[in-house]
Ligand binder design. Structure first.
Ligand code: FAD
Ligand code: UQ1
Length: 416
């Protein structure tokens, strides 16, 4: 048995940022992190790796290097949560007892939920790829290079996903790549999404519809991938409104965004999660609705925001101050407004930076219209964000852009 004041399960974007904040406040070895992974990936870079703009090697650091030195790191996965007894069991047999628990496990990628997909992703030089996993992301650029003509199909699953813009960013990057390589006229580009909209926030959806129209990208809404038949290069889709309607589409490139869920061990703990498997927290304070010594941050939280690293950053000061208040038996004062941001990369030099809150209303940092493709936003995404992430966020110093937004709000360059 291992005892600690604060236990953080998951050392990803949210867990690592909070480990830094909490351990510098509480002191040496007061915080324990349970995290099985050898490497910490900066996942937002996967989009650029798929497009050949960055290398996989640039997207990760050893976990030992990013976790703060003054925490206990148990290099194992949580396999059982027991909030009634304030304990978590790990795969290596440790029983960890905590005063306060922060759940930060992120999402699990369920490639195996689509029959034939795992097999298709294992074929050497195959036509199926996926930016979502470090295991498969290098296949994307290979697929972009190898396709000579035919159908390039991109998917969005019937489940919540992290970075809901990412499944379509690679559509735009691929389309631009095909034009650069003079093969665009031989390739049809199709985006099949299980969602009823192209993007959840109308302000940006309107801009994105213009982009797909201008670039002759076919978008099918409410169309869900249900099977991949790799031997025949056929992807099977279902119309979510008319489940009998099945489409068998031949592909020459298939980019799949897999269904996702919270990790199985967490989803099985019915005391902690709601009916959708996400940690049942108050959407403002991020404290668990029943267990007052439990908080959640990032993708595994049931707070109804878009799941992005930017959201975890904006949640981080709220979770930090409220956890410290709860430890001291004080009232929770901080609230989270649902801020999320999604840099919708639309090619090799352009990006629409979507930023919004719980009400799906734009909540923009910069004083110019952000529902337009811009090079500056592409530069921010490609060149500035990685440093902000590794140096500032993971060390516990990035609280999201709220301060910057307030400072810049004195300017309004032709913004409505
Ligand atoms: P993660 O960072 O995923 O970390 C979860 C951690 O928990 C992992 O280290 C994992 O090993 C660990 N874990 C899992 N199960 C267990 C267990 N049982 N026990 C212990 N530990 C466990 N966000 C943006 O803001 N902007 C973007 O442009 C952007 N683009 C993206 C593009 C792609 C292709 C992808 C995949 C993601 C993108 N994101 C983006 C989303 C962003 O990466 C996530 O929202 C963010 O990492 C969430 O942080 P987290 O801490 O909740 O989860
Ligand atoms: C952000 O804070 C963040 O997390 C560190 C991202 O993930 C990498 C983002 O993509 C974005 C856009 C933000 C928001 C930051 C600014 C400066 C608008």
């Amino acid at each position: 048995q291992h005892d600690c004041q604060v236990l953080i399960v998951g050392g990803g974007s949210g867990g690592c940022a909070l480990a830094a904040k909490l351990s510098s406040k509480l002191g040496k070895k007061k915080v324990t992190v349970v995290e099985p992974a050898e490497r910490h990936y900066y996942q937002p870079m996967f989009t650029l790796i798929g497009g050949g703009m960055k290398l996989l090697e640039q997207s990760y650091k050893p976990m030992a290097e990013v976790l703060p030195k003054n925490v206990n790191w148990i290099k194992s996965a949580a396999v059982e949560f027991d909030p009634k007894n304030n304990t978590v069991k790990t795969a290596n047999g440790t029983k960890v007892k905590y005063d306060m628990l922060l759940v930060a496990t992120g999402l699990q990628l369920n490639y195996d939920k689509i029959p034939g997909l795992v097999q298709a992703l294992s074929i050497i030089d195959g036509k199926v790829c996926s930016n979502y996993s470090p295991k498969y992301v290098n296949r994307t650029y290979d697929c972009l290079r190898n396709i000579r003509g035919g159908n390039a199909i991109f998917t969005f699953p019937a489940s919540p996903v992290k970075c809901p813009g990412a499944p379509q960013k690679i559509v735009y990057i691929a389309e631009h790549y095909f034009r650069k390589l003079n093969k665009r006229n031989k390739i049809t580009v199709t985006y099949n999404t299980a969602l009823p909209v192209i993007f959840g926030v109308k302000h940006y959806a309107d801009a994105l519809w213009k982009v797909v129209e201008k670039r002759d990208i076919k978008v099918n809404l409410k169309r869900n991938l249900i099977e991949v038949r790799a031997m025949e290069d056929i992807a099977v889709f279902q119309d979510l409104d008319k489940p009998d309607q099945i489409f068998e589409e031949k592909y020459d490139l298939l980019h799949v965004t897999p269904p996702m869920s919270t990790p199985t061990a967490l989803a099985q703990c019915k005391e902690l999660v709601n009916e959708t498997g996400f940690v049942d927290v108050d959407k403002s304070t991020l404290q668990h609705l029943r267990y007052k010594n439990v908080f959640a941050i990032g993708d595994c939280s049931a707070s109804p925001n878009s799941k992005t690293a930017a959201s975890a950053a904006a949640q981080s000061p709220v979770v930090y101050h409220n956890m410290i208040a709860a430890l001291n038996g004080k009232e929770l004062k901080r609230t989270y407004d649902g801020y999320a941001s999604c840099p919708l990369v639309t090619g090799y030099r352009s990006c629409i930076l979507a930023e919004f809150d719980y009400d799906l209303k734009p909540l923009e940092t910069f004083p110019f219209a952000q529902n337009k493709e811009r090079y500056t936003m592409f530069f921010l995404k490609k060149a500035l964000m990685p440093t902000l992430y590794w140096k500032v966020m993971l060390n516990g110093y990035w609280n999201g852009p709220a301060l910057m937004r307030n400072a810049l709000s004195v300017f309004k360059f032709g913004k409505k």
